[in-house]
Design a protein around this ligand. Structure first.
Ligand code: ZN
Length: 509
């Protein structure tokens, strides 16, 4: 629904999902940094848990945690020092600086992505269209300059200049620690490391709330495999999904925008998805977004990147994108086949042998495939896609298990022992492990609306009848339907309701 973006940002700010860091206190605090409030943080943690449950545990991923700050040498080896930049242009009159592609896209209202164009082509578009400085209106521009996106730091009292950097991706931590992890875990290829962590990019123009930030969080897995035998176990793992349809926007279909549905089998046989290992992961991540995060298939696609758009380390690169009416298609997962680019870079720069021995004692420098989720963008899209409103109310139709508050308990009135009974039920639910909330202020209607607005799936109300027969009403956020159930057995019912796609009526005693 158009206009949702502004509504979600306002709601997030007002109810405590997220808001810009330090801006209420310090004028001019830099943009692109966000605070997660209590509701947003809970929801974020739930997305991480879901990913662990659906991907990390079943796939045997070894999750590790590496530092945010790494020696600058690491980024020399990874190519980030040389290649990780945006193209910047400066207005000669007011000295404002802009990311060239975004400046053009926004000035001309273009929908297409200009990342793949050369400097000359970009300059030509600026001249031919008389693109003006958004701040002062001048058309007098400098040439295009490279702007490295890494934040560098000087570590230690003796350091006079930067000798380290805040990581722009979690990958390098995994690559540097790959050999050690493989040995301590007595690994066998394919061997998968995973990381949940903060990353930092000095974006020229952060924007769109949680979409383009300077500090953000990734959920990454790093699949290391033998390039000569990539498919050990993966042929078999892919078997059940051979007829599953993966949705692609291939590079040759850019112009028409046509998304084609390719079965895993077709992807493999045509060579498009390279090998069973990569095909398997493309399937698993599409399924995760569709089935676990509940994003409708028609809003999901893998966009194949072309030369110039692809990351410097990528042999093959698809962005998993999700569509919203306000933001269009937005990248939520970067899926790249990085070959041995990273490991061999570290071998070269460090002089160390980073190969490992396979089961037969053969020395191998593995290849790397990486799906990397932008966690903040996922959370933001979950909010955007679940926002609903009608004449009476606004509510978030979140997947029930992602709701930051799972159940609210209300006394109908503040008298006759109803609050005492409601508090007792509330405490019982907390003990059972629910994220519960107790509220007795305002009319019952207002209390329901407040919970609807933050996506609380179920509300429990204690009324006069409760005191007579120990039953309560439970109300569904989406349909507003209510049924009456016994207090005994309430936790089991709520647990089922949160986990399964059932209607509230199915919980009737
Ligand atoms: Zn200017």
């Amino acid at each position: 629904m158009k206009g949702t973006y502004e509504k979600v940002v306002e709601l997030a700010n007002r109810r405590g999902f997220f808001w810009p860091s330090a801006r209420d206190v310090y004028v001019g605090a830099p943009a692109g940094f966000f605070v997660y409030g209590p509701l947003g943080l809970r929801m974020k943690n739930k997305i991480v848990s879901l990913w662990r449950r659906e991907i990390v545990l079943p796939e045997g991923v070894h999750e590790i945690e590496t530092p945010n700050i790494l020696p600058i040498k690491v980024f020399e080896a990874s190519g980030h020092l040389e290649h990780f930049f945006d193209k910047l242009i400066e207005c000669k009159r007011c000295h404002s600086r802009f990311r060239v592609d975004k400046l053009i896209e926004e000035s001309l209202g273009l929908k297409e992505n200009l990342e793949g164009l050369s400097d000359d082509e970009l300059m030509r578009i600026i001249r031919e269209n008389n693109v003006r400085c958004p701040n002062c209106g001048s058309t007098d521009w400098t040439g295009i300059k490279k702007f490295n996106l890494m934040f560098t730091v000087a570590v230690g009292a003796e350091a006079s200049e930067p000798n380290a950097a805040l990581r722009p991706e979690t990958t390098q931590g995994s690559v540097v620690e790959f050999r050690k992890s493989f040995i301590v875990m007595r690994g066998r290829l394919p061997f998968i490391l995973g990381q949940v962590g903060k990353v930092f990019r000095n974006e020229i123009s952060p924007r769109r709330a949680l979409i383009r930030m300077r500090e953000f969080q990734q959920l990454e897995i790093h699949v290391f495999f033998d390039p000569n035998n990539p498919n050990r176990i993966y042929r078999e793992k892919l078997e059940p999904y051979l007829n599953y349809k993966i949705r692609f926007l291939r590079k040759e279909d850019r112009k028409t925008g046509e998304i084609i549905e390719m079965t895993a089998k077709e992807g493999l046989e045509s060579g498009y998805t390279i090998n069973p290992l990569i095909t398997y992961w493309l399937v698993i991540y599409q399924k995760f977004f569709n089935e676990a995060l509940k994003i409708p298939l028609e809003r999901i696609r893998y966009r194949e990147l072309i030369e110039g758009e692809k990351a410097h380390y990528a042999l093959a690169h698809w962005d998993l994108e999700v569509y919203t009416e306000d933001l269009g298609w937005t990248e939520l997962v970067n899926n790249t086949y990085r070959t041995d680019y990273d490991l061999s870079g570290h071998v070269k720069v460090s002089g160390n042998d980073l190969r490992i021995s396979d089961a037969e004692g053969k020395k191998i420098l593995p290849h790397l495939y990486e799906p990397s989720i932008g966690l903040d963008r996922v959370l933001f899209h979950e909010l955007m896609l679940s926002y609903r409103e009608d004449e009476k109310r606004a509510w978030l139709e979140l997947p029930r298990y992602l709701a930051p508050i799972e159940v609210a308990v209300f006394p109908l009135m503040k008298k006759d022992g109803m609050p005492e009974k409601a508090r007792q039920i509330y405490k019982g639910l907390i003990k059972e492990g629910f994220i519960a909330f107790y509220d007795e202020s305002g009319t019952i209607g207002r209390r329901y609306r407040r919970m609807d607005e933050i996506g609380t799936p179920v509300c429990v109300t204690v009324d006069h009848q409760t005191l007579k027969d120990d039953t309560v009403t439970i109300r569904d956020r989406d349909t507003m339907n209510q049924i009456r159930v016994k207090v005994i057995g309430l936790p089991e019912k709520i647990r089922r309701f949160l986990r399964e796609d059932i209607s509230i009526e199915e919980l009737q005693d």
